[in-house]
Design a binder for this molecule. Structure first.
Ligand SMILES: [Zn+2]
Length: 330
């Protein structure tokens, strides 16, 4: 661990398992499972699976076919889930002193379109999370199961049922992820979020610029999840800010992700958004989202905000405090 990493313990609430495993390990895992990759050379694979410094890609469909599909396919077996969970937790601790980690994934994107039993995928994740935190006993970790806008209501309901089934075994959060889909209805899914809360699960929801301000407003005012990723559009509507504040909803901020895959133009706009949210006393946390794809870690995200004078050290510390306070990993 570097001296910089040792300076303080950190918490991260928003990291996807598919983009937490190193390129080298993804390459090894794909070969161990005899997966036919679209490229045959390691460097070409790395270029395929990561976004370069200058890349900006807001086309979620292209990303879906490229990054999401291949990384999730490579992680689609109990053995691959074992490697993914263990190495994610170990690496994040050793490199960035992340002593609190929430790792999220969608089990239905790891069961080879129903070839594998969902329970084995989930139990593999639970088991190896237990193991990883035993090996590095300073680390506390949870699993967040993700539902997805591209799945039917019934399939999302099954994911929620699994989260409820395993809720006392390292699964305490349910998320809704994925790009917008014409068949998806947030109103219809309200019943699932209500059931999750009644079942003592915590709720977090992805909202993105691609989706409408109306949907974010509905989420903040009616569904009232405990956290929203990343909800930065809230600065465009005072009513949403008011709802976030009133309902004590925490935002999971992912600066690099915002710059590369959102409609945030540049650092100036990012700064305006973060300063506005802080001015209104909205609770923020700092996260990487898709770390391996962007080739970042939480310390690089700190540097981005501090070196560009977007936040102060005190505000950064408060973001980590919020993450520890609002992860419910006690
Ligand atoms: Zn995310």
């Amino acid at each position: 661990m570097t001296d910089r990493a040792k300076q303080m313990e950190r918490a991260e609430l928003h990291a996807h398992l598919w983009s937490s495993v190193s390129v080298e390990l993804l390459w090894d895992l794909s070969h161990e499972q005899w997966i036919k990759l679209p490229v045959k050379d390691f460097d070409a694979f790395k270029a395929w699976i990561t976004m370069w410094e200058t890349d900006k890609n807001a086309d979620i469909k292209e990303m879906d076919e490229k990054y999401f599909h291949w990384t999730e396919l490579i992680q689609s077996s109990p053995t691959a889930v074992e490697t993914a969970i263990k190495t994610t937790i170990w690496t994040n601790y050793r490199k960035s002193n992340l002593t609190l980690q929430e790792v999220r994934f969608n089990p239905m994107f790891r069961n080879k379109k129903w070839e594998l039993d969902l329970d084995y995928i989930i139990v593999a994740a639970i088991h190896w999370l237990d193991y990883a935190t035993l090996q590095y006993n300073k680390v506390k970790a949870w699993i967040v199961l993700c539902m997805d806008r591209r799945l039917s209501f019934r399939k999302n309901q099954i994911i929620l049922e699994k989260a409820i089934k395993y809720k006392n075994r390292w699964i305490v959060w349910i998320d809704l992820s994925g790009p917008q889909s014409k068949d998806f209805s947030m109103e219809e899914h309200k019943a699932l979020f209500d059931l999750a809360k009644q079942s003592w699960l915590w709720v977090t929801i992805h909202t993105w610029e691609e989706w409408s301000l109306e949907e974010l407003k509905y989420v903040a005012e009616v569904i009232k999840p405990h956290r929203i990723w990343h909800g930065i559009m809230a600065v465009q509507d005072k009513k949403i800010i008011k709802a976030l504040k009133k309902n004590d909803i925490v935002l999971e901020l992912c600066p690099t992700s915002n710059l590369k895959n959102s409609k945030v133009k540049d650092l100036k706009e990012l700064s305006h958004i973060i300063r506005t949210l802080l001015k209104h006393d909205i609770r923020l946390t700092l996260n990487t989202d898709w770390a391996v794809m962007y080739q970042i870690n939480i310390i690089k995200e700190e540097d981005l905000l501090l070196e560009n004078e977007i936040i102060t050290e005190t505000e950064l510390n408060q973001m980590y405090k919020n993450a520890f306070d609002y992860s419910f990993v006690k």
